[in-house]
Design a protein around this ligand. Structure first.
Ligand SMILES: CC(=O)SCCNC(=O)CCNC(=O)[C@H](O)C(C)(C)COP(=O)(O)OP(=O)(O)OC[C@H]1O[C@@H](n2cnc3c(N)ncnc32)[C@H](O)[C@@H]1OP(=O)(O)O
Ligand SMILES: CC(C)C(=O)C(=O)O
Length: 562
């Protein structure tokens, strides 16, 4: 890299628009959308789509709700031409959808384009030529006047004539001064005004004027200034549908598109998930869902976003990044503990019909057909909140707060050792290993004797102690108290029950009780025992045995415990 890049690169020029209004504008409705997946997206693929892939993409775009779809560049190849013929000849274009095709401002290619459209009910013919100084100088070797006369007016006139010769089609026209973002504004205006005049656009039959950032050269506020300047200065604004076509070279295509709408654009051209030349066209899904998350119906349906992603990946043969806005595999997932804790609490506080106010989740993944399954995933960055969320959401176990803290320490040891994520299924395995292990003591049977005239119960139990079965009995003010009395005699340790929680887990005939008891054994550190059984008393007895087993394991020398 250069120590002084100014020797090689120019900075972009600000637009002198002191009374700009766009920064205060608020977007309140969706723009008109045009998908150019089948054209600008397609021309940037390592392997352009064949007919089958194009058709699949077309059907998907229709299903999403695009009403204007640029289906190709018919003069470029037989595949492109043939695809359009296939759509028209097989009547595959729905009545509320208009296909658009692109042609350069070159006579032979325009004529070929009109041939490809024979018999279409409706069509938008989109023609372009570059306007930027570098292209005028290096590629065309033309003056500004020559570009206006020989590229803009000449080809707009030809297009109008060819359309008039085919009155069976409802024609609309689009003009792109290509490289608008790298062109003097006054010259872009001259080209646009000339085309609007040559086409004969009116308020009733407006022309689409599409202003591209063919290459994104500047910060998005400059692009917005350029759009507002055009919006205010073109000669016949009322005869124009003002469209933008942002690219993403600086990574700000979405901002440029949104600012452009604030600055007066009526229409946005882009691709699904930002497919397209180099860093891509603007991502229309991104802009549409940004609107949706502000409470504005985007007029496009992404309620099965994964199906749409699969289709895009199949057609483009390119993957969508796991962190891609709204659609990536990881975009609704929190790994970090404090995020998980906040999400868990916000889900618990949330009531049906509430406004979406969810920390770290700008949009409800359910609205896009995603589940909550991946919202919280656990690795070494996770804390008790996330673990507790998964234990409850995936396994129905509502861990008491102090058990959450204890169990998160157990999980942390595992994630620290492996450095890997643990899944919800792994969590259950770790939980079982830690809390549902049955050594050295395990439950065999019990017989509870209750007498309603006395406040004391008697419990006779059989407990497996290593290789031996032991019959033990105790009395107490309830089965837990009675069992603790009996167990103290067997283990020769003082057991204090400090806390107790219980709830049902599962449903119907498979329902069980899960019991969590917090114990202190022989004055040691408090720890939890967990028991699960279809009988609630048995679940409690198992929980106490679990606590005693864990205390025994904790106090055993490390090698013996391993
Ligand atoms: C920004 C955009 O995305 S614009 C769309 C770009 N997309 C594509 O180009 C994909 C399809 N293109 C193609 O298949 C071919 O380029 C074709 C069929 C259009 C033309 O092929 P060819 O006739 O072989 O020309 P080639 O591709 O070499 O392009 C050079 C010609 O285009 C002209 N040209 C180049 N850039 C532009 C431009 N931006 N605007 C108008 N004309 C241009 C040149 O002046 C040159 O014309 P010349 O042959 O009279 O000197
Ligand atoms: C043809 C135009 C609209 C284009 O694709 C671009 O400038 O990026």
């Amino acid at each position: 890299m250069l120590t002084d890049p100014s020797k090689k690169y120019r900075s972009f020029k600000p637009v002198h628009l002191r009374d700009r209004t766009w920064p205060d504008a608020v977007i309140t409705k969706a723009p008109i959308w045009l998908s150019t997946d089948l054209r600008d997206g397609n021309q940037a693929l390592i392997e352009p789509m064949n007919q089958a892939r194009k058709l699949r993409m077309f059907e998907q775009l229709v299903k999403i709700g695009f009403k204007e779809i640029e289906v190709g560049f018919p003069s470029a190849s037989e595949t492109e031409f043939g695809f359009l013929r296939h759509l028209i000849d097989n009547n595959l274009i729905p009545d509320d959808v208009t296909v658009q095709v692109l042609t350069p401002a070159r006579e032979a290619l325009i004529r070929r384009t009109f041939e490809s459209l024979k018999g279409a009910k409706r069509a938008i013919v989109h023609f372009y030529h570059a306007v930027a100084p570098v292209m005028r100088r290096v590629v065309f070797d033309m003056t500004q006047d020559q570009v206006i006369e020989e590229l803009a007016i000449k080809h707009a006139t030809l297009i109008k004539e060819l359309a008039a010769q085919n009155p069976g089609t409802d024609w609309r026209f689009e003009y792109s001064p290509e490289m608008f973002s790298g062109t003097e504004l006054e010259f872009s205006k001259r080209a646009v005004d000339a085309v609007v005049e040559a086409i004969g656009a009116t308020k009733e039959r407006p022309v689409i004027i599409n202003l591209p950032s063919t290459v994104e050269h500047s910060t998005p506020n400059i692009f917005a200034d350029m759009i507002e300047w055009m919006h205010r200065n073109v000669a016949k604004r009322e005869a124009i549908i003002l469209s933008v076509h942002p690219h993403n070279d600086r990574g700000t295509g979405t901002a440029a598109g949104e600012f452009a709408v604030m600055a007066g654009a009526d229409r946005v051209e882009g691709c699904l998930f930002g497919s397209g030349e180099r860093t891509g066209n603007v991502d229309v899904v991104n802009i549409a869902l940004n609107l949706y998350s502000q409470g504005i119906n985007p007029g496009l349906d992404f309620s099965n976003i994964d199906e749409i992603r699969q289709c895009a990946e199949y057609c483009t043969q390119l993957p969508v990044h796991p962190r891609h806005p709204y659609v990536g595999d990881l975009v609704y997932t929190s790994f970090s503990g404090s995020h998980q804790d906040a999400i868990k609490k916000a889900f618990s506080a949330r009531k049906e019909g509430d406004i979406w106010e969810m920390p770290y989740l700008p949009l409800d993944p359910m609205d896009l057909g995603r589940s909550y399954e991946a919202v919280i995933r656990v690795n070494s960055q996770s804390g008790k909140g996330g673990i507790a969320y998964l234990m409850e959401a995936e396994h129905g176990a509502v861990l008491p707060r102090r058990l959450q803290i204890e169990f998160s320490g157990v999980v942390q040891e595992v994630t620290d050792a492996s450095g890997k994520e643990v899944t919800a299924a792994d969590l259950w395995t770790i939980f079982q290993r830690e809390y549902l292990e049955t050594a050295p003591y395990s439950y065999v049977s019990h017989h509870l004797i209750e007498d309603s005239t006395r406040e004391i119960v008697e419990l006779n139990t059989e407990v497996q102690d290593g290789n031996n079965k032991q019959k033990i009995s105790g009395q107490g003010n309830g089965p837990i108290d009675a069992f603790v009395t009996a167990l103290q005699k067997l283990s020769n340790q003082k057991i204090t029950v400090m806390d107790y929680h219980e709830h049902a887990i599962g449903a119907g005939a498979d329902a069980k009780a899960i019991t969590y008891v917090e114990l202190r054994v022989d004055g040691g550190k408090p720890l939890f025992g967990v028991g699960m059984d279809s009988n609630i008393v048995t679940a409690s007895l198992k929980a106490i045995l679990c606590g005693l087993n864990r205390s025994t394991r904790a106090s055993a020398p490390k090698s013996a415990a391993a």
